[in-house]
Design a protein around this ligand. Structure first.
Ligand SMILES: *[C@@H]1O[C@H](CO)[C@@H](O)[C@H](O)[C@H]1NC(C)=O
Ligand SMILES: [Ca+2]
Length: 227
């Protein structure tokens, strides 16, 4: 093996150790304690700017304070795409640093399945909680979300991949994170909510069943038992 081959070999084996791709079907990330450091970095192959998206996940937490559910920052821009729980019954979606809020009837201690979608041409944001649509809102019409963002679960970023705040951290369980570069139909959202394996629309940005991720700190993978 010549030097160049050796370097490539070492580099690729380091990469595959750092970024594992795994089928997490039926599993969750458990964030067992509050911290300003424990998080999961999600690696996306998304190379193109985003004009439409749908993002779904399940979460179970008994926090009553605010916390981040999905934090996507790009270089020099905070909250390029952020899904945030403000308090029980209050969610917000941030795009390009601006936000809209959504209200839903819910109890503190119930697991939630959430989908959020956005369409640049109209700016319309849809929020779905447990398969039910909330009142539509509008945000950042005509905007384009920058690609190659830093995606973090468990913490809220204020810089590219860092500046976490303990009081915005997530404590609990997160699973079934999928993301598409299109706005899903109500039928497709329902498929996703029901955890149907026959959902015909392949999540082409993030796929829970083939996830590239990197665990940092105290985050444990366990079976999903609350759904
Ligand atoms: C985004 O959605 C709009 C309307 O639904 C569509 O016209 C447009 O082609 C989509 N853009 C991309 C990049 O897929
Ligand atoms: Ca932030």
């Amino acid at each position: 093996m010549d030097m160049q081959m050796l370097l490539i070999f070492v580099f690729t084996s380091l990469l595959s150790e750092a970024f594992t791709q795994t089928d997490l079907g039926g599993k969750v990330f458990v964030f067992p304690t509050e911290s300003s450091s424990d998080h999961v970095k999600i690696i996306s192959q998304q190379e193109k700017p985003l004009q439409n998206f749908t993002l779904c996940l399940r979460a179970y937490s008994d926090l009553s304070r605010a916390y981040s559910l999905f934090s996507y920052n790009v270089e020099g821009k905070d909250n390029e795409l952020l899904i945030y729980k403000e308090r029980t019954g209050d969610y917000s979606l941030h795009i390009g640093g601006r936000k809209v809020t959504f209200k839903v009837m819910e109890t503190l201690l119930s697991p939630v399945h959430l989908c959020a979608s956005w369409e640049s041409s109209t700016g319309i944001v849809e929020f779905w909680i447990n398969g039910k649509p909330l009142v539509k809102k509008g945000l950042r019409q005509g905007y384009t979300i920058e690609p190659r963002g830093s995606i973090v679960l468990g913490q809220e970023q204020d810089s590219f991949g860092g500046e976490f705040d303990k009081s915005q951290s997530f404590v609990g369980e997160i699973g079934d994170l999928d993301m598409w570069d299109s706005v899903l139909s109500p039928e497709e959202i329902l498929f996703e909510y029901q955890g149907s394996t026959t959902n015909p629309t392949y999540p082409n940005i993030l796929n829970w069943k083939a996830l590239h991720y990197e665990v940092n700190g105290y985050v444990i993978i366990k079976p999903l038992v609350w759904n």
